[in-house]
Design a protein around this ligand. Structure first.
Ligand code: UTP
Length: 299
């Protein structure tokens, strides 16, 4: 049951991030100098995925250009003696095989995944949201690899979840399920509740943007009616799947940054910049001066 393929949906309109997303895919927003989608692709490659299908749409050509070769730019960089940079930009799309399908109408995450049916065929596959960065603690495996390990154990569809403060549950899909006796971090899923109020939430475990599915999810997606906002909701199809066969949730340690949310994006950018050797020390000093009220004359 080796999982070789992944679908990365990246066709959403990104309305929460307008005006930036008027002409630029939110999945291409940079975290310092690397687009969000490149983090996602690297996580897939480091988890052993060999083949990725990116779901794109109108106005998303920047995605294809980023993972393609750019001979003019490479020639320019080499002529300028910047060999390292030339190698860096060439290498970006070489770590996995990448394919694209365009979603003609933004009918939701469920619809985007449905489009991958012919490409995936009759084998289990992973889904990584193209606007979500997973940040495992130091020394931990990449997010998707943790989930694939758990999939190897349960051999059923499985979704990653993380604990959120109670007052945040209404932003997420929340899991209702029973812990497995052999592993308290694994839950047998009863149902997913989309954006419940804190009083009605069955738990504080929120869906984290990484999934591994058996191909049966495609049958469920075909019969899922349009739900909230006229969209085909992945959570509706997963609830159907959970009726037909076991579905699990893995409560992992990794943090999740939903880049489509402005505050999460800002937090991710600052945290990653603070960690980098080339920007960390100077940025920390800058923020400390700002926070201590000594903003005047900042450089
Ligand atoms: P979101 O739920 O964040 O939706 O998508 P969105 O439409 O992009 O954002 P807002 O709410 O308007 O700001 C989660 C992931 O699913 C993709 C998005 O590109 C994102 O990576 N998606 C969403 C699709 O591929 N197609 C869709 O129809 C909707």
């Amino acid at each position: 049951m080796k999982v070789r393929k992944a679908i990365i949906p990246a066709a959403g309109m990104g309305t929460r991030f307008l005006p930036a997303t008027k002409s630029m895919p939110k999945e291409m927003l940079p975290i310092v100098d690397k687009p969000v989608l490149q983090f996602v692709l690297e996580e897939a490659a480091e988890s052993g995925i060999e083949d990725v299908l990116i779901i794109t749409g109108r106005g998303k050509q920047a995605i294809e250009n980023h993972f393609d070769y750019n001979p003019d730019l490479e020639h320019f960089l080499r002529a300028a003696g910047k060999q390292d940079l030339a190698d860096l930009v060439r290498d970006i799309g070489d770590r996995v095989r990448i394919h694209y399908i365009r979603q003609k109408e933004q009918l939701g995450l469920g619809d985007a995944i449905r489009l991958g049916r012919d490409h995936v065929g009759d084998e289990p596959f992973a889904v990584l949201l193209g606007d979500t960065i997973i940040d495992p603690p130091p020394g931990q495996k990449p997010g998707l690899l943790q989930l694939l390990d758990a999939f190897g154990q349960v051999r059923s569809s499985i979704v990653a979840v993380h604990r959120v403060p109670r007052e945040w549950v209404s932003r997420y899909g929340i899991v209702e399920g029973d812990p497995e006796p052999f592993d308290e971090n694994l839950l047998r899923l009863r149902r997913l509740v989309e954006k419940p109020s804190p009083e009605q939430a069955p738990s504080d475990l929120a869906i984290a943007g990484r999934y591994v599915f058996t191909p049966e999810i495609f049958d469920c997606l075909e019969t899922t009616p349009r739900g909230v906002g006229g969209e085909i909701q992945l959570t509706d199809a997963m609830n159907q799947l959970a009726i037909e066969e076991p579905v699990f949730a893995l409560a992992w340690q990794a943090r999740r940054f939903d880049i489509g949310n402005r505050l999460e994006y800002a937090k991710c950018f600052v945290e990653f910049a603070l960690r980098r050797p080339d920007t960390g020390a100077a940025l920390r000093a800058h923020i400390e001066r700002l926070l201590s009220g000594g903003g005047e004359g900042l450089l």
